[in-house]
Structures are given as structure tokens and as C-alpha cells.
Ligand binder design. Sequence first.
Ligand SMILES: Cc1cc2nc3c(=O)[nH]c(=O)nc-3n(C[C@H](O)[C@H](O)[C@H](O)COP(=O)(O)OP(=O)(O)OC[C@H]3O[C@@H](n4cnc5c(N)ncnc54)[C@H](O)[C@@H]3O)c2cc1C
Length: 376
Amino acid sequence: MVGAGPAGSAAALRARQLDPGGRVLLLDRAAFPRDKACGDGIAAHARQELALLGLPGLLDDHRPTPRLSVTSPGGIEVSAAVARPNHVVPRMVFDARLVEAAAARGVEVRRHRVRTLTARDGLVVLDGEVAARVVVAADGANSAVRRLIGVPPSPDRHTAIAVRGYADVPPDDDVQVIVMRSEGWPAYAWSFPVGDGTANVGYGLLLPMLRQTGRPGREILHGRLARLLPLLGEIRSPVRDLRAHHLPLSSGRPVPGAGRVLLAGDAASLINPLTGEGIYYALLSGRLAAEAAIGSPADPLRAYRRALRRALGRHLRTTDALSLAARSPGFIDAAISVAARRTEVFDLLVDVGLGAGTVPPRLAGTVALRWLRDRA
Ligand SMILES: Cc1cc2nc3c(=O)[nH]c(=O)nc-3n(C[C@H](O)[C@H](O)[C@H](O)COP(=O)(O)OP(=O)(O)OC[C@H]3O[C@@H](n4cnc5c(N)ncnc54)[C@H](O)[C@@H]3O)c2cc1C
């Protein structure tokens, strides 16, 4: 596995589960614990994946965030308890725990930055020194392995950029707040309380919208976050540790690999285009990549493609369609206004935004009708 974030660690853990005697190598250019620019929001759906990997209690010492408040670009707010609580765990902690668990289960963790890749005698050789039957490329949004196998990077129109930082909040703050903005749409700011008197706060938008401003990225991202802070709840300190990163969205997903190299997580552009959530998809795709590598050694890519289609095909088609519709902020206003009145719609939208959910045609019709009515 190249990359020891959630996708690579999940792949390594699953490979050891399925083939306890096999040799699994987890390479990362960084030493863990390491930080990663992220909102640190870990959806209930991701915890389900952790359970499948044999780590059901990995986040038990962190307080769940039972409520979610979303304000649409037109100012319509829905605030409700989520059907299954999410967690907010700094990536410095979460990723290190995954790597630690992998090492404890016999995965060989090595600090190494992959720079070259060749195919030789049915093996993939990394940097002329590591030979593997299958490589899971989980090296993130700017994946070097993806480039080395000739798969183009995520196009700008399917890439977002976001900045995150940390600030002090009341210790009992337990609401994940998302405030969408029509300025630079699609764009939103968030506050995700960690549960220890701090919150992860951030702001993100699509890359072309940032470029359109003609201003330096840092100025726009930091400036808009600062301006939106008062809308995010009771923020009691300046924001510290600001850090930005790209988000390759699944609406621009590539082929999921080549030959004996399988792309997982951000390297496969598996970030939800509606919410920017990627940890669940990273864990899921890492697991499926390992299952394909172990279960179908003759043609792992074919098996992986099929498994991804089975697990996420309908969901990805749904989010592709919704992200097109969401180019009009009025569509999101209509969806949020329906969700504000119907709990089952709120739950369903959470499933679409954070998990593998889909939208039943009748509900799509209801939202579309409302959208058209509001436009008239
Ligand atoms: C600001 C921001 C906020 C976000 N908020 C959320 C959120 O709240 N919830 C959510 O679910 N998702 C969120 N996301 C998305 C989430 O961060 C990613 O989807 C997730 O990290 C993907 O995991 P991964 O394992 O694919 O990649 P990563 O976590 O990026 O891990 C890739 C690893 O590969 C290593 N690596 C890179 N190149 C090499 C190389 N050449 N050789 C060896 N190792 C290499 C890196 O050191 C890194 O450890 C956010 C993203 C951003 C930018």
C-alpha cells in the first residue's frame, strides 16, 4: 500500500484479515502521527467500516456529535439530531491509530516516499527496491502513483479547495454546523466540535470559483473563513493552525487503476461532491481494493472495479446528478427546506452526503417541484 491515510490503512488491515500469513507493506512519506488538512468529521458510516476492519471501538473515547445544523445558500436552516451520531477526531489522532492498529496486526509500516514505478514479470516494482503482486495507491489527492500509471489528475472543475483551522468553543458544544454561501457558490463554512473545548473550523469552494476571484488563494480562503466565523456558533478564540488542501471530487473520478495498481480514496477522487466528505469512501475503497487483491490475484483491477460499482455505483450516479442540479443554489434551498419539514428526508440527505445513500425518484420529484415553484 502506498499512503497510510484511511484508505491505505484500511487496505492493509483488510489484507491481513483475509491473508494473515501474507506480507503487507504500508509505505508513507510521513512519520506518524502526522497532520492532514481535514474537517476531522468522521461519519457514522465510516465507523461501520472500522467495525468491518475489526476496530469497532477505535473512537469510543471521543464524544459523538449528535446534532447537525445546515443553512442553505438562501438562508434556510435545518437543525436536527442525526439518526446515527458522527464523530470529530483530529486526523493527527485518527490516522495514527489506524497505522498503529495495522502495525499491531502484522503490517510492516515503513517511512518511504514513492517516486518511480515499473511493471516487471507480473510484479509492480516501486523505486527499484520494493516488488509487490498488487499495489494499492492510497497516496492522496496529489497521488504520485496515479501520475506514474498515466491516469490524469482530477480536472479543476471537479476539484474543490478548502482551509481548516482550530478554535476554542464552549466545551459542551456538540453540534456540527454547516453554513453554505451563495458567494462563490458552491461554497460552505463549517464548525465541527471535537468535544474538548475546541472545534475544527473551515471554508471551502470549487477551484474554478477561487481562480475566478483573481486573488491569491490564501487571501480568499482565510478572509472568507474569518468573515463567516460569527455564523458558525460561539467561537471564542482566533483560528490557529490554518492549513489548506485540494479535494478531488467523485464527479470527476478516473478509472480506478491500471494493471496491478488499484487507486483508493482521494487518489481515486472518491470525495463526495456535495459535502467534501472523503474518509468513509477512503476506508471503503481501501477495503474493497484489498479484497480484490487477495480474492482475485489474476485480475484484481476487474474485481475491484466490479466491487466499487456494486458498493457505490448508484450512489455515485446520484451525487453526480445532484451536484449538477446543485449548480443552482436554489436547488439546495429547496432540498433543505423539504428536509427541515420531514425528518426522513433529513436522514436520507445525510446518507447521501456522508454515506452511500441514494435518492428515491419520488423525493427527487418533490424537491424539483419545490425548486421550480420557488423560481417562478
Ligand atoms: C480542508 C478539508 C476538509 C475535509 N473535511 C473532511 C471531513 O470533515 N470529513 C471527511 O470525511 N473528509 C474530509 N475531507 C476529505 C478527507 O480529508 C480525505 O478524503 C481523506 O483524507 C482521504 O484519505 P486518503 O487515505 O485517500 O488520503 P490521505 O488521508 O491524504 O492520505 C494519503 C497519504 O499518502 C501519503 N503520501 C502521499 N504521497 C506519497 C508518496 N509519494 N509516497 C508515500 N506516501 C505518500 C501522505 O503522506 C498521506 O499520509 C476534507 C478535506 C480537506 C482538504
